[in-house]
Design a protein around this ligand. Structure first.
Ligand code: NAI
Ligand code: 15L
Length: 268
């Protein structure tokens, strides 16, 4: 059956706010969860992913979960460990205990961020490319994908792991022209991930059908995703401001962009 009531974790964040606006039109009723309160949403659950009692109550009776909550950029390892690694484990345990059949996991391009960006005419990055996290953040997404595989193999809990490129209202860099996912395409991909039959654990690359695409969208399309948008209308302005990507610039060499070159944030 088509899932209707969906728990949205990370509902207060940038992507969560966009999906709160867009997913109801696809027929979903959302239950909202975030550690920060959401203005105008008195029924939202305000709790941390470390709060197992709150998670047990939050997952009760939902048809599926979209898991966005967590640290969305590089941070010290201990913080990533708590929010993204332990937090995602806590959510999966709550879902397993409550027999929630499916989770859509917000993975990231940074799980494979050290993959060289394809040069013009080269094959697109396939979804089964080896994991090459570019940060502790990307490592936590790699963990989440493996956790999802474990919960499918052991417990029959399905997941679609979406390696999101850059989902913002508009692309803001030349790199983003290649990995941008328009919010409307984001909602289409979440909808496909929630409704496709028999996904087991499926990993997909998540972006619009950009002219300058770097990765392969075949596994996303196999879920029924039909992207409608392309970043190219934004290209002339961004290229005029920033120039084309420079093959000699290490910030431009990999899928993960400057995540690969920013000074590491070591544990402390
Ligand atoms: P964001 O940082 O705007 O939102 C994350 C939300 O999670 C925040 O509202 C925050 O309060 C909440 N959160 C953080 N730690 C929590 C905890 N321990 N317990 C409960 N809530 C907690 O990030 P954004 O951009 O909305 O991304 C959402 C998800 O999608 C993240 O998991 C991010 O890693 C992933 N993603 C997003 C991309 C994008 O382009 N926006 C690209 C790739 C992945
Ligand atoms: C991500 O994983 C981040 O959560 C988001 O803020 C962007 O930085 C995005 O990747 C990106 O690579 O542009």
């Amino acid at each position: 059956p088509t899932p209707r009531t969906v728990l949205l974790t990370g509902a207060a964040g940038g992507l969560g706010t966009l999906m709160r606006e867009l997913l109801p039109a696809h027929g979903y009723t959302l239950r909202l969860f975030d550690m920060v309160p959401i203005e105008g949403e008195p029924d939202a659950i305000t709790a941390d992913l470390g709060d197992k009692d709150a998670l047990r109550d939050a997952v009760r009776g939902v048809d599926a979960i979209i898991h966005l909550a967590g640290i969305s950029l590089e941070a010290p390892f201990e913080k990533i460990l708590r929010a993204n690694i332990e937090g995602t484990y806590n959510l999966y345990e709550a879902a397993r205990a409550a027999h929630v059949p499916r989770i859509v996991f917000a993975s990231s391009n940074h799980a494979i961020g050290f993959t060289p960006r394809p040069q013009a005419g080269a094959p697109l990055i396939p979804v089964d490319t080896p994991r090459r996290p570019d940060t502790f953040y990307g490592l936590s997404k790699s963990f989440g994908e493996d956790l999802a595989q474990l919960y499918w193999d052991r417990h029959g809990l399905e997941t679609v792991s979406i390696r999101i490129g850059s989902c913002f209202p508009e692309p803001t860099s030349v790199r983003m022209l290649s990995v941008w996912m328009s919010p409307a395409d984001g909602a289409r991909l979440f909808d496909a991930a929630l409704t496709a039959a028999d996904v087991g654990h499926t990993v997909v690359n998540g972006s619009s059908d950009n002219t300058r695409l770097w990765w392969d969208l075949t596994s996303a399309r196999a879920l029924g995703y039909e992207p409608q948008d392309d970043s190219e209308p934004y290209a002339a302005k961004l290229v005029a401001e920033q120039g084309e990507l420079d093959p000699e610039n290490p910030d431009h060499a990999h899928l993960g962009g400057h995540f690969c070159t920013n000074p590491p944030i070591w544990p402390h």
